[in-house]
Design a protein around this ligand. Structure first.
Ligand code: GLN
Length: 541
């Protein structure tokens, strides 16, 4: 059996240039060529996982099937590959140090002095190798978080160098770096990339392939300069310009034969080449003219545009996938729930929209505005999709305004509410009292039984589904009977029937709230059935 191959993808010049999309796209290309791939994200922070980092800081927390709270890049990997990844595909400095220190305390280093190199780097390498096991991967793609030259991620670069030293021929390095076009010059500059490659070189790493990120395609002159000064062949300088949809990137990179080039470096031969599905998808997207307007109502909108996309990336992508599947484009509108107070504003804000989504969230900020929004959607028959917090607040709204339970609330916000229609489970309560916050929510995939004859059942067309969760609070069964009598339909529950997983309303084009996050399982080639069903209702046909 041939050995496992490793591709390290590092970033240069600035962060946030789409290293994750490059990694996802290259993984998809190699997968299409018949290889079993496993992408890994390495984050340099000391947190064990992304679950305890605030959304404005980190963006969305993506949840895997096995219930790990990870970086949003894992979401991109899954969407591009149609694979379920696991805890092994996500490494943080915190995980690595925790393991090394606990081994040290257990005397597992046999009295040696424990050092950054080799002990920390060995642990990093062990984890990277582990990422290939479950998926039986032939190629592991490792995305190194941050940019080259940062003190905080240097041990990961060291680990990559050592892995290459010990496995010559099995490791390739790709450097993804940014070429700015300063307004005052009006010309694309390659010097910052040259310098970031020098930084890599100083750590003993030579990139095999350079991927230049830029607003417009890189011309040959820039490629020649980069080739000469960065010591890579001209044909190994790849241009990765901004595009209208991230799903075009595999085709952009494939046109420049990045897959063949990297396989050659690793001594591998491609078996087949098939990006037909991607081409079909892009052709379809390009042909769509009609738009539907969908409002996403949340509270993390106040600190600049790019963050809002980051916080709700899986929801946004799932809406796009489902829209394309329905032959329309999703025109997304951001509505800050904190700005609401009066019914009038709400009517104005949503008059033009075809559907309303309330995504997951935490805490009190903007909650009453969200509840008013849900009431508007219910009374005005606007298609509504509530996700996790969205479902919980839809329950609160229904209890207050239809169930006659004045002051009903979730105990997350109002511990003394007379009607705690959403409450915390005793085992979760214990965790909070003990300050055991990290990784302790109800996390990961759980089965859910659907009730025949409901909209949810019709959308999925299945008796039992599996969906991913991330929450501490639940529907309070004490109010189940009363709310059902008042017309609320509980269309999905846990297998033992004890946990309410989906609520919906009759006599409404689409009003569904899920305790889980269906968006985590949507991909462009396989849109999520509930999102598709929602989009059809928004499209009104
Ligand atoms: N804050 C709610 C809970 O903890 C909902 C969480 C979410 O929307 N992901 O249950």
């Amino acid at each position: 059996m041939s050995s496992t191959k490793y591709i390290f993808i590092s970033g240069g010049v600035i962060s946030g240039i789409g290293k994750g999309i490059t990694t996802s796209s290259l993984s998809a290309i190699l997968q299409a060529k018949g290889f079993r791939v496993s992408p890994v994200k390495i984050d340099m922070y000391l947190n064990i996982d992304a679950g305890t980092i605030r959304p404005q800081e980190h963006g969305e927390v993506f949840v895997t099937e096995d219930g790990i709270e990870t970086d949003l890049d894992l979401g991109h990997y899954e969407r591009f590959l149609g694979l379920n990844l696991s805890k092994n595909n996500y490494i943080t400095t915190g995980q690595v140090y925790q393991k090394v220190i606990s081994k040290e305390r257990a005397f597992e280093y046999d009295g040696e002095d424990v050092e950054a190199i080799p002990h920390v780097t060995d642990e990093i390498i062990r984890r990277i190798k582990l990422a290939g096991k479950e998926l039986d991967a032939e190629i592991i793609l490792i995305e190194l978080g941050g940019t080259v030259g940062e003190y905080q991620n240097s041990l990961f670069f060291e680990a990559s160098r050592i892995l290459q030293l010990n496995n010559p021929g099995d490791v390739a390095n790709i450097h993804v770096a940014y070429l700015p076009i300063p307004k005052s010059l009006g010309e694309m500059k390659s010097k910052p990339v040259q310098q970031s490659v020098k930084s890599l070189n100083s750590m003993g790493i030579q990139p095999d392939i350079l991927v230049g990120r830029s607003e417009i395609p890189m011309d040959n002159k820039r490629k020649e300069r980069l080739a000469l000064f960065c010591n890579v062949r001209f044909e190994d300088v790849i241009s990765n310009p901004d595009v209208d949809t991230i799903y075009r990137v595999p085709l952009v990179l494939d046109r420049q034969n990045i897959g063949e080039k990297i396989l050659q470096k690793l001594g591998l031969k491609s078996e087949k080449k098939d990006l037909t599905e991607w081409k079909k998808l892009i052709d379809k997207i390009d042909s769509i003219k009609r738009k539907v307007k969908i409002a996403i109502v949340g509270k993390y909108f106040s600190t600049g545009d790019y963050q809002l996309e980051d916080v709700y990336v899986s929801v946004i992508e799932a809406l796009k996938h489902a829209a394309w599947d329905s032959g329309v484009k999703a025109d997304l509108i951001w509505v800050d729930s904190e700005k609401f107070g009066k019914g009038k504003d709400i009517k104005e804000s949503f008059a033009e929209v075809d559907g309303i989504v309330v995504p997951g969230g935490f805490g009190v900020r903007g909650v009453e505005g969200i509840i008013d929004t849900i009431r508007f959607a219910r009374e005005n028959k606007k298609p509504f999709l509530g996700l996790c917090y969205g479902m919980q607040l839809a329950t609160v709204e229904y209890s207050r305004n239809v169930g006659g339970l004045e002051g009903a609330h979730t105990t997350e916000i109002d511990k003394k509410t007379p009607y705690p229609v959403i409450h915390i489970m005793p085992e979760q309560e214990k965790l909070l009292v003990g300050k055991e916050y990290g990784g302790t929510m109800r996390l990961g995939s759980f089965p859910c039984r659907l009730i025949k004859g409901t909209l949810s059942y019709d959308s999925y067309g299945e008796n039992t589904i599996h969906e991913r969760h991330r929450h501490r609070y639940e529907f309070n069964n004490k109010y189940r009977e009363l709310l059902e009598k008042k017309g609320l339909i509980i269309s999905g529950t846990s297998l033992n029937g004890k946990l309410v997983e989906i609520i919906e309303l009759p006599n409404h084009p689409f009003f569904v709230g899920t305790q889980f996050h269906p968006e985590f399982k949507s991909s462009p080639l396989k849109p999520h059935p509930l999102y598709t069903s929602f989009l059809r209702a928004c499209k009104k046909d």
